[in-house]
Ligand binder design. Structure first.
Ligand code: C2O
Ligand code: CU
Length: 569
């Protein structure tokens, strides 16, 4: 590098530093997503825009809003019905990250929702109280669609968590925090040409600040980046407590001063502001300077595909202003939380291994599993229903990864790099896979056999996922001793026909049921996608414009379809 270039870089760096000092003086108030509770959730995905910067607005996408989406509050045991309406100009999917549900409801790359379509999955919430999220999962488009702003939190509540003395007043002493970063073009548009953003966004807000009460506060933190990891801590190095991992509360709070969160991971933490004075400030920080090789965001460069001003740096995530104590404040950390029974290696009857391999070095994102790029048409693994399995994922390539698997919550039983940290000792669905490391986890694949729709496992660094670092498995087979209840459908009738608001279906054999129903309009556009439709409720067609439509019904057994025409009045 010539001296001239170096001097230029130094000048630019100084300029940027002085700009950011000026800018950081002025904070923006943290946005807290609205909540939706109950059992019916209407989610409208739209292209929209946000005034992030002065000048041009930024084209974004949001769910019921301009960027990101509402927080869905589920109660364990409820059956939740989702009405996902894709008003985007593009196909998408919506995946319920961390939820245990039938694969056909999972919202993975196979459940493509074309523009203008309503997708209506539903399932019984069996997950424990914890923090989950939902986001698009369209193959090769996940980075783009998450970057545009699509996603949201899910908070599951249950009767065990409800009895604990924990903060749980949403937006007051119990806050969701989604951490991402973005780059903007000269015209203020989202720039997806680089892996790491220069601008930290906390709940979609640049330079976010919040007033929090002088007491214990619960933060539900999600890393929803496309690549960067966060090594979180507070600016005065105070101790805080990890109370929950991806899939539930820990047995007891774990005191820490730092927590690493890779893409897709969540941590619930308790932080004590009770010893601060009203008016004091403290920052939640990313201490990303000096991280080990392979930590996403440890790269020293500030420009180029893997460069960022936030790389290998400590930076502010949230500026906290301490405010007055609220009524009913939590002032102590519970000594214990819940009693989890984890699977152990001894419970596993099947072991499998996966290896992260270098893909086609010309592809730009050269990571695969076991030497093969993801292929929608290839089922990589078949897991028997109710199997307890130990999976070992080995990373012998050149970068760290964030391994995630759908359907289940697992227990990490070993890391070849050293002990499993107590703060990640709970139920997990995503974890940091270091360079040169093997990680083993145990899980049970219960409840939902489906030989057709698969579940995914992948790197949650969405650039890696989009580049083919993904595989799929089906949970298969009817458990022994249970007879196959699936039936082939010989015929059915739609009534009333013509219909105005609701359609009903009657089968020649009343024991039959449908695996999937798709309603298309006269020119073949998909209007409704109904996985496992509960036909006794009827099909709500009130959104359809008057005209003629086709209903395609797929049966449970053969997965053959029978198509019938109906008229909407
Ligand atoms: Cu958060 Cu396969 O996804
Ligand atoms: Cu990866």
């Amino acid at each position: 590098m010539t001296c001239l270039i170096m001097r230029k870089m130094l000048f630019t760096t100084l300029l940027l530093l002085s700009l950011s000092t000026v800018a950081s003086a002025q904070y923006n108030n943290l946005w807290i997503p609205d909540t939706i509770s109950g059992t019916t959730f209407n989610l409208n995905m739209r292209d929209t825009f946000v005034q992030f910067l002065t000048g041009n607005q930024t084209i974004t996408a949001g769910i019921n809003g301009a960027f990101w989406g509402p927080t869905l509050i589920f109660k364990k045991g409820d059956t939740v019905h989702m009405n996902v309406h894709n008003y985007l100009n593009d196909s998408t999917t919506l995946h319920w990250h961390g939820m245990h549900l039938p694969a056909v409801m999972d919202g993975g790359p196979h459940q493509v929702i074309p523009p203008g379509t309503i997708w209506q999955p539903y399932w019984c919430v069996t997950n424990n109280a914890s923090t989950f999220w939902y986001h698009p999962h369209l193959h090769k488009e996940t980075t783009m669609q998450i970057t545009s702003g699509l996603g949201g939190f899910i908070i599951v509540r249950d009767s065990v968590e409800a009895t604990l003395a924990l903060p749980r007043t949403y937006g007051v002493d119990d806050l969701p925090l989604v951490l991402t970063s973005r780059n903007f073009t000269a015209l203020n548009q989202l720039d997806t040409t680089r892996a790491y953003g220069d601008n930290m966004l906390t709940n979609g807000v640049l330079r976010a600040q919040v007033s929090l009460p002088k007491q214990y506060v619960r933060l539900r933190i999600l890393n929803a980046e496309v690549e960067r990891g966060y090594n979180l801590g507070f600016s005065d190095n105070r101790t805080f407590y990890v109370i929950g991992n991806d899939g539930g509360l820990l047995d007891a709070p774990v005191p820490v001063t730092r927590v690493k969160l890779l893409v897709g991971e969540r941590a619930e933490i308790l932080v004590n502001l009770g010893s601060d004075a009203v008016g004091d400030t403290v920052n939640l920080m990313a201490y990303n300077s000096g991280q080990e090789f392979g930590f996403p965001g440890s790269e020293p460069s500030s420009t180029g595909l893997f460069g960022s001003l936030l790389n290998n740096a400590n930076f502010n995530v949230l500026h906290i202003n301490v405010a007055a104590t609220t009524a009913g404040a939590i002032t102590t950390v519970p000594a214990s939380l819940v009693s989890n029974t984890y699977w152990t290696a001894a419970d596993a009857t099947v072991t499998r291994s996966l290896t992260v391999t270098d893909g086609n070095p010309g592809s730009g994102i050269p990571f695969h599993f076991d030497g093969t790029a993801f292929d929608l048409a290839t089922i990589n693994k078949t897991v028997g229903l109710n199997n307890i399995e130990e999976w070992t994922v080995t990373n012998s390539n050149v970068f760290g990864h964030s391994f995630h698997i759908h359907d289940i919550q697992f227990k990490i039983i070993s890391r070849s790099s050293g002990p499993v940290a107590s703060y990640e000792s709970g139920w997990k669905d995503t974890y940091y896979l270091h360079v040169n490391e093997s990680v083993s986890f145990v899980a049970k694949y219960s409840d939902y056999a489906d030989p057709v729709h698969p579940f995914m496992y992948h790197c949650h660094v969405t650039l890696h996922e989009d580049g083919g670092m993904m595989g799929q498995f089906v949970v298969d087979s009817i458990p022994t001793g249970i007879s196959n209840l699936e039936k082939e459908i010989s015929d059915y009738t739609i009534y009333p026909n013509p219909a105005t608001n609701r359609l009903y279906i009657s089968f020649s054999d009343p024991a039959m049921h449908a695996y999937y129903i798709r309603i298309t309009d006269a020119i073949g556009r998909t209007m409704y996608m109904l996985p496992g439709p509960q036909l006794t409720r009827g099909i709500d067609i009130s959104h359809l414009a008057p005209g003629s439509y086709f209903l395609q019904l797929m049966d449970d057994k053969t997965k053959n379809t029978i198509t019938k025409k109906f008229i909407k009045e």
